[in-house]
Design a protein around this ligand. Structure first.
Ligand SMILES: NC(=O)c1ccc[n+]([C@@H]2O[C@H](COP(=O)([O-])OP(=O)(O)OC[C@H]3O[C@@H](n4cnc5c(N)ncnc54)[C@H](OP(=O)(O)O)[C@@H]3O)[C@@H](O)[C@H]2O)c1
Length: 330
């Protein structure tokens, strides 16, 4: 089969398609004929050799995909050949930038009728993470104010919609006037173009929009110095969910920015949550049903063939993408 295989760590140029042996499903595994694979920041870190959970090359990147069931390994029940499914890496790097992948059946979720495979490939990481952060960790309630950082991103567009659906007033932050306006279309009450502000300015703007009180919840994928701002943007008794460090810089915190306000800082990491017992399937199924029913919109801005994986990573790392980038494997 064709797969994007990294022979050595490096820049986007190391993403080249080669012919590799067809995967064979082992006991407990499902062989998926992949239609589309989602592209994520973690893939870029894996490619560069700086992802905490990566092995050594040769490696096939890709941690989420959608396609159809092609074969079942020993002991697998509950699926039929040809069934549309989506799959998620549970920590063993099945490698979804490929025409097929063998993946543990526990990582495979059947799709509801009417869900497009390209949209489905964008759900397992960004949407499942946003779902967990908004609902399970922050427990966003009706009438609360939620700040979503990098709201035009894959995770951000999902978080805005899930928080708005929970009845929250969402303030969407993004790094250009265009991205901020676009992110606002997913149900945000207010938007902030962060390129207009210094650090202090961003905090001041959130406080202004919340009558000086701060937000009940801040979802922070940016990390680094953004986390310090997030604490200052949070109201008394609020929650900050920290789930990434796109900035790739350390966070310097002042404890006085959070303990006097009785703020909870909640960490989230999807793969480790699974390794520690979280089964993603029922949440993924619920998200997919809502997408199929038209309750959520999944913005896939770019679809490229496997051969153009390099461009997909360049686009993601340019910071210009709005919503998800997906590789098509058919
Ligand atoms: N913990 C988990 O389990 C988990 C799960 C899913 C994703 N993640 C992580 O969450 C982050 C967001 O994922 P995503 O899919 O939404 O990513 P994405 O679509 O690539 O968006 C990332 C956005 O972050 C913003 N950003 C702010 N500062 C940045 C900087 N210094 N460099 C680059 N971008 C910067 C940019 O938006 P603006 O220009 O609008 O600021 C950028 O578009 C990634 O780091 C990803 O690995 C973590």
């Amino acid at each position: 089969m064709r797969a994007v295989r990294i022979e050595e760590f490096g820049g986007p140029e190391v993403l080249a398609v080669s012919e590799v042996p067809d995967p064979v499903p082992g006991p407990g595994q499902v062989l998926i004929r992949i239609a589309a694979a989602g592209v994520n920041r973690a893939d870029a870190l894996l490619r560069a050799g700086s992802y905490h959970a990566a092995g050594r090359p040769p490696l096939i990147p890709g941690a989420e995909a959608a396609g159809t069931v092609a074969a079942l390994g020993e002991g697998v029940t509950g699926f039929r050949i040809g069934q549309p499914v989506m799959a998620l890496d549970g920590g063993d790097n099945p490698g979804f930038y490929a025409e097929s992948a063998a993946v543990a059946a526990t990582q495979v979720t059947a799709l509801p009728d009417g869900l497009d495979l390209t949209a489905a490939a964008a759900l397992p990481i960004a949407w499942l993470s946003a779902w967990n952060c908004v609902r399970a960790l922050a427990r966003v309630a009706q009438g609360e104010t939620v700040v979503v950082k990098a709201a035009a991103s894959g995770v951000g567009t999902a978080a805005v919609q899930i928080a708005a659906e929970a009845g929250a007033r969402v303030i969407a932050l993004a790094g250009s006037p265009e991205k901020a306006a676009w992110a606002g279309e997913f149900g945000a009450a207010e938007t902030i173009d962060t390129s207009r502000f210094t650090d202090e300015g961003e905090v001041g703007e959130v406080l202004r929009l919340t009558g000086g009180r701060g937000a009940d919840v801040v979802l922070d994928t940016v990390g680094g110095q953004s986390l310090r701002r997030s604490l200052r943007e949070t109201a008394h008794g609020g929650r900050v969910v920290s789930l990434a460090n796109v900035a790739l810089e350390p966070s310097t915190l002042d404890t006085r920015d959070f303990y006097p306000k009785n703020i909870a800082i909640l960490g989230f990491q999807l793969t480790n949550r699974q390794i520690h017992g979280y089964d993603p399937r029922s949440d993924l199924r619920e998200i997919a049903e809502r997408v199929a029913a038209g309750r959520y919109r999944v913005p896939v801005e770019t679809v490229l063939p496997l051969e153009r994986a390099r461009e997909a990573h360049e686009r993601l790392e340019s910071r210009d993408n709005r919503g998800k980038i997906v590789l098509s494997a058919r």
